[in-house]
Design a protein around this ligand. Sequence first.
Ligand SMILES: *[C@@H]1O[C@H](CO)[C@@H](O)[C@H](O)[C@H]1NC(C)=O
Ligand SMILES: *[C@@H]1O[C@H](CO)[C@@H](O)[C@H](O)[C@H]1NC(C)=O
Ligand SMILES: *[C@@H]1O[C@H](CO)[C@@H](O)[C@H](O)[C@H]1NC(C)=O
Ligand SMILES: *[C@@H]1O[C@H](CO)[C@@H](O)[C@H](O)[C@H]1NC(C)=O
Ligand SMILES: *[C@@H]1O[C@H](CO)[C@@H](O)[C@H](O)[C@H]1NC(C)=O
Length: 769
Amino acid sequence: MATAKHAAFLCFSILCVVLWSSRPIYAQTKPAFACDIAANPGLKKFRFCDTSLDVKSRVDDLVKRLTLQEKIGWIVNTAKGVSRLGIPNYEWWSEILHGISFIGPGSKFMGPVPGATSFPQVILTAATFNVSLFEAIGRAVSTEARAMYNEGLAGLTFWSPNINIYRDPRWGRGQETPGEDPLLSSRYGAAYVRGLQRREDGNKEKLKIAACCKHYTAYDLDDWKGFRRYNFNAMVSQQDLDDTYNPPFKSCVLDGNVASVMCSYNQINGRPTCGDRELLYGVIRGQWKLNGYIVTDCDSIHEMFNAQRFRATPEETAALALNAGLDLNCGSSLTNFTQGAVDRGLVNETVISRAVSNNFATMMRLGFFDGNPKNHLYGNLGAKDICTPATREFAREVARQGFVLLKNTKGSLPLSSTAIKNLAVIGPNAAATEAMLGSYFGVPCKYTSPLEAIKASVFNVLYQPGCADVWCAAPQVEDAKKIASEANAVVLIMGLDQNIEREALDRMNVTLPGQQELLITEVAKVSKGPVILVIMSGGSLDIQFAKDNPKIASILWVGYPGEAGGAAIADVIFGLCNPGGRLPMTWYPQSYVEKVNMTNMNFRPNPATGFPGRTYRFYKGKTVYPFGYGLSYSTFNHHLVEAPEFVTMPLEEAHICRTSICKSIDALDRNCNNLAFNIRLGVKNTGKFSGSHTVFLFSSPPEVHNAPQKQLIEFDKLHLMPQEEGVVQFKIDVCKHLSVVDETGKWKVALGQHILHVGSLEHTLNVRI
Ligand SMILES: *[C@@H]1O[C@H](CO)[C@@H](O)[C@H](O)[C@H]1NC(C)=O
Ligand SMILES: *[C@@H]1O[C@H](CO)[C@@H](O)[C@H](O)[C@H]1NC(C)=O
Ligand SMILES: *[C@@H]1O[C@H](CO)[C@@H](O)[C@H](O)[C@H]1NC(C)=O
Ligand SMILES: *[C@@H]1O[C@H](CO)[C@@H](O)[C@H](O)[C@H]1NC(C)=O
Ligand SMILES: *[C@@H]1O[C@H](CO)[C@@H](O)[C@H](O)[C@H]1NC(C)=O
């Protein structure tokens, strides 16, 4: 989404409040809704207001009453009310990536709702690998969203989550995503969407709020060396599209039942996604059967014309998108050019009725046409339900579960808060507040910075920022060294913020900015006690120097940990809880980004060009830390309890593979149904701390079809007390879990030896016929 303009507007409106008014300019108290029969009994005669009818009948009744101009008013984000039918204006654009954001004109923080709970940025939440947690966050933030809607301060349609694969470490929006793995991204997207949308009364037809999975598809470059998302033509192979880029979207629609998908700005193989009938009508609507609406990024129709010149006129561009299956335009292109497109015969009214019907159906499912929301489920929610102690505590808990311990020399972390008399806290992120939120933030309930939380935990804290900001152009090395040499232990809180990585800003390097490395190294030299390096960032960093430096005892990655992030950092440093997060993305060395073009969309390596491939699934080169990495204050071991040594694929008498040699079998073959087995693993906590442990089940398929070298096929997490043992069981469906996509996009089960890995355990499974 293009946020810059809106942010400017917002700053402007804050200025208005500050400069021109001593009182808050808050007047609205009523949520927008239609069919207010109590206030206007004349509406009772309309079938679309009759809550006893099904959604389709109500939508059909409504749409046939509308003029073309009225329909056009409801295919853009700032929808125009139809007062003769009791329908108010409505703003479709709100955001709820990790809490309600002020990006999007649909949500406002003012009056009774000065703030809302800001959970950690998604990349850190993903590091928890805790699927029930993903859903619980969705439930918590959607309750706040419903409460804000009741206060007249938010809409019901939210354009989150962002489930694009984090393909390249430089991407400024990688922080918004659940990382580089298609399975984790699929599980995250579906679970978060369920949490957002599912009503507590179990009514599946209706929605609590409407989520949106974005940006469909192969969108993960914002602005790099002159390549901009508005006109970038991503060259994507069918194989990468089907086995990497699209699975999170497919899962979001099929498993999460999401109410909306957003198409992206970029082109794929020469066609803009929002104008590609095969991608929209064919795949999302046709194959996946989306029950909801397809929306543009803001304003991708304009960019298709303006930046891409994909069609000669704005009318042809508007018609292209509508005919491709698009329903809603974030922006004004369809306001301005739809009538002209109809007049020129480029698009017909049937297509516009389809679009507006999908939009209205979503609003019906949200209860927008059911009269006063006060009388329905969630009608009692209000300001009192936002920023509750329980929700704020939950935000702190999520951060604690996500933190990834990257290095911990024995006897370093956790620090004893009673034994330490003087603790030096150094770094440009030590006093971070807004930086803790990451992008797509709103106004949080309250901040607890790391410095504040650490001060509350130990006897005496010495503090020096060390650098003026994260750019760290001219560090105050001597000041920092002075306090480091006086302290029993040092905590350095370094890393990035939104000035370095964000929407519309990709990184050039993956090293720490400016002189941060120098500051860290100089401080470490003079420290008497353990040096703890805390990295706050969304993207990965080449911190090989710190990994190798024996004076740096511990390294903790804290993502962008949300409003309570500082408290959670103190909880982990002082051992109130045990970190168990695992990296959801590969940490590459700087040499990787010097060698690889960000514009290269391939995942598979290419020996001919020296392209090394991407992500743990294909990249074989050196890493700083691999995907899935993360330590604990405890130790865990695994042993195999149950796993078969072979599975036999039943084939029909006449199957071609009975008579000729086959490398793989079609995974959609009907013989493939329900061919499943169990894998059971024993896990023991062999250390002294209780803690949570994530079990990853990877598979290395036989080398056919350019298959990944290794692929996550299941994961689970369990909490164990010291010396406790638990069992994890995975049900493996051969055709679902063990299949790979071939060069043409078909799912296949490779015959032969599949190596299953769990930690250092390896088990060979022979798939035969
Ligand atoms: C649509 O028209 C309005 C009003 O003239 C203008 O401000 C806006 O920029 C136009 N939008 C596009 C995408 O052309
Ligand atoms: C309207 O346009 C669509 C898409 O081009 C086409 O399939 C349909 O037949 C048209 N309908 C009418 C009534 O012309
Ligand atoms: C990133 O790398 C470029 C090119 O090597 C260099 O000019 C620039 O100073 C580096 N930026 C940072 C922030 O380290
Ligand atoms: C990177 O992209 C540039 C510009 O498109 C191209 O000239 C160059 O050959 C590419 N390098 C590699 C290693 O692919
Ligand atoms: C997952 O998160 C939930 C909610 O915070 C928590 O109760 C549970 O213990 C977590 N699971 C594990 C295995 O840590």
